[in-house]
Design a binder for this molecule. Structure first.
Ligand code: GRF
Length: 223
């Protein structure tokens, strides 16, 4: 991406802890970018107040006001396109996107998922980890393609599940130990033009990844 700051759109549905981490990283210069709009599909999303506090434009668009997923996505695309985003970041956005949306921002849409993808796509991942007796758990940042939670993985952070971990404890650990570190890092790479989707593969700093990088790839400011 050019000399100028990257224009970032963030989509949320909930609390916005990932959004906050991105706001903070843009504010202190770790991400060479500016969040130009936060779009929420829920008027009561806690993340809206975080955006407002940071002086970021907010759009609320309820999927319930649209007859189909495609209509909703077309409305979102129109609102977002008006802000000319370079990067579209899904941060706890709880709607499945149609190919129409993904095509509009091809190669520029990132998502974070609270599991070690391809393990446990979809909802209730912490419960699934316990039910399967998984030894490890974590989160993954990936490019969004038409496949649910299935696009090319960029960075994945993991930790060992402890014998007494509950789903709630796992959720808290995934958020604080992994998500809040790997998402700002991935967006920072994107904003610097160091990260790109190429076919089904990920190019990070000119190198094609064989699989996602891990926590050891975090730069100083993101650890
Ligand atoms: C995160 O666990 C994210 O991975 C999932 O939804 C949660 C969002 O939390 N998709 P927040 O809105 O960032 O606080």
């Amino acid at each position: 991406m050019p000399e100028a700051k990257a224009r970032i759109a963030v989509l949320i549905s909930g609390e916005g802890r990932n959004l906050q981490a991105l706001i903070d990283a843009c504010a202190d210069g770790r991400i060479k970018g500016e969040i130009v709009v936060v779009l929420s599909n829920r008027a009561e999303a806690g993340g809206i107040a975080r955006a407002q506090r940071a002086g970021i434009a907010v759009e609320v668009l309820s999927h319930r006001d649209y007859a189909s997923r495609e209509d909703f996505d077309a409305a979102m695309v129109a609102r977002l396109a008006a802000r000319r985003p370079d990067i579209v970041v899904l941060a706890g956005f709880m709607r499945i996107l149609t190919p129409l949306f993904i095509a509009a921002f091809a190669g520029r849409v990132l998502n974070i998922h609270p599991s070690l993808l391809p393990r446990h796509p979809g909802l209730r991942t912490h419960e699934a980890v316990l039910a399967h007796g998984d030894a490890a758990h974590g989160a993954t940042v990936h490019f969004v393609t038409e496949q649910l939670d299935g696009g090319a993985a960029i960075i994945q952070g993991q930790f060992m599940v402890r014998p007494h971990d509950t789903a709630q404890m796992l959720a808290a650990r995934v958020m604080s130990e992994i998500e809040l570190k790997i998402y700002p890092q991935a967006v920072a790479w994107m904003a610097r033009g160091e990260l790109a989707l190429n076919g089904d593969g990920v190019i990070l700093r000119g190198r094609r990844l064989a699989g996602p990088v891990g926590l050891e790839a975090l730069e100083e400011g993101f650890r």
